[in-house]
Write a protein that binds this ligand. Structure first.
Ligand code: PLP
Length: 479
């Protein structure tokens, strides 16, 4: 392979988020802050969040949905990125909040999100989680199973309250799978354990159980199609088709409930799986050959696909969304510094550029095909590429390839790179592998810089150790 086969860096710039600017002299700003200055002041590696991009993403989606749907509500799925600053930004914009554990619920409350704006998600929810949700009076619990109905009932009875419940559906996906068999991987790997089947009669049984429980209020149906770029063969057209067909199946089930139970479903929750930005960079870890940018739908296209899906309803429910990736994916970058450059000739010519961040700081890369476009900070946008393919790697002893076979200008120790689209499912999946402390998070808002999360120290890494060194006589450091 030669660099002429590769097309990464110039495309990375073409697909960069609105908040990023790469000037002809090579300087790069994100939300008005110069990245070279930011690295000097705050060190690397550092996650850099743009508040302006978060606002842009939320408002563009809400505007597109509002143009097509009567009463859309966007809940931010905090699983994608749980920085308090991000949660507060989303809350300040008016978003509701989607939680997936008692721990996320506690974080949401500590960020000042009112319980009345919280949606509770998850399978096999712990009693502690359900109890906290019931006591706080959340907006809605998405019920996963019949057994959970009983659990919520007993907690509600104990506290003498009524609990709003939506029922999570597992659809047939018959038409969807016919059009896109690759979606099977998403269903089997990611969605299998969730919800109650509309096909087997379980879903209707759960709805009936909620309707007949005096402690519970049936408020709607919920489903999450997921982002198919992670496992399926992604194209914007296919994803839009998934959204339309899933919405249609939910609507069909809502109409069946009206016919059979005489009940009009007030809320339809279509989950998340949407992504912001012009494109997603997909590449299979370990395979440098298949990396490519695939166009993403615009907010208007998402809205149109969903509106097509719910068009059959002859009443106007609240249409809810639980979006994580759409809000944050392109609103965060990871700023890292080159610490080594190594040229090899075997088995083929290749340049390894080791940076000071590691794939283990964003393990989502190892689990998914979603990759991160790379920009060389301080290099002119038209700087010539190094003549052989570059692999950007982390310094851990793991398979730690951050970006394979990409085109980058000549880089040297000390140079800066920005990994784009680092907002969704990166920091939340980070580890301390090889005892690397996790990066800081810096929050930008039109040039104003705030440290949202301090950098971890080595003391944080060993903070929970309880075994005293003198358990082993002769251990260095003992008397
Ligand atoms: C039930 C549910 N809702 C919403 C989301 C958020 O998905 P995304 O970040 O792709 O929008 C997820 C993600 O796993 C989910 O499982």
């Amino acid at each position: 392979m030669t660099v002429s086969d590769l097309a990464h860096v110039p495309e990375a710039l073409a697909h960069a988020p609105e908040a990023l600017a790469h000037a002809p002299d090579g300087s790069v700003t994100f939300d008005g802050a110069d990245l070279t200055r930011l690295a000097a002041d705050h060190g690397t590696p550092t996650w850099v969040v743009s508040a302006s991009q978060l606002r842009h993403n939320y408002r563009s989606l809400l505007a597109a949905l509002s143009a097509r749907l009567p009463r859309p509500v966007i809940a931010y799925s905090m699983k994608a990125n749980n920085n308090r600053a991000v949660i507060q930004t989303m809350g300040g914009l008016g978003a509701a909040l989607d939680c997936s554990s008692e721990h996320e619920l506690a974080l949401a409350v500590s960020a000042g999100i009112p319980a009345g704006k919280v949606i509770i998600n998850g399978n096999g929810k712990s009693r502690a989680y359900l109890t906290a949700a019931v006591r706080m009076g959340v907006w809605q619990i998405n019920v996963d199973s019949l057994a959970e109905v009983d659990r919520i009932r007993s907690i509600a009875r104990h506290y003498g309250v009524s609990v709003p419940c939506a029922v999570r559906l597992k659809l047939s996906y018959a038409q969807l799978l016919e059009c896109d068999p690759s979606y099977e991987r998403t269903l089997r790997v990611a969605e299998g354990k969730f919800g109650s089947s509309t096909q087997s009669g379980e879903a209707e049984a759960v709805v009936r159980a909620v309707l007949s429980a005096e402690e519970l209020e049936f408020v709607g149906l919920t489903h999450h199609a997921g982002f198919p770029g992670i496992r399926a063969d992604y194209s914007a057209e296919r994803q839009l088709m998934h959204q339309t067909l899933c919405a249609r199946e939910i609507v069909e089930f809502a109409r069946l409930l009206r016919r059979e139970l005489g009940f009009t479903v007030p809320r339809i929750n279509l989950g998340g799986g949407l992504r912001s930005g012009r494109s997603v960079y997909l590449s299979t870890p370990g395979n440098g050959d298949d990396g490519e940018f695939r166009a993403l739908p615009s907010p208007e296209e998402y809205a149109e696909a969903i509106a097509d899906g719910v068009a059959e309803l002859d009443w106007e429910p609240i249409v809810q969304f639980e979006t994580g990736g759409f809000q944050v994916a392109n609103a965060v970058l990871l700023l890292a510094r080159v610490q080594d450059v190594k040229d090899v000739t075997r088995p083929g010519e290749r340049r390894y550029v080791t940076v000071d961040c590691a794939m283990t700081m964003f393990t989502g890369r190892g689990l998914a095909r979603v990759g991160f476009p790379v920009i060389a900070v301080g290099r002119r946008p038209d700087a010539p590429a190094h003549p052989v393919p570059v692999e950007l790697v982390g310094p851990t002893c793991a398979y730690d390839s951050i970006a394979e076979d990409i085109m980058l200008p000549d880089l040297a120790e000390g140079d800066l790179v920005a990994l784009l689209n680092h907002g969704a499912y990166c920091e939340v999946l980070s580890t301390q592998f090889n005892a690397f402390p996790r990066p800081a998070v810096v929050y930008l808002d039109r040039g104003r810089v705030t440290v949202a999360r301090r950098r971890e120290t080595l003391a944080d890494v060993w903070e929970r150790e309880s075994a005293a060194l003198d358990l082993w006589p002769g251990t260095p450091g003992t008397a």
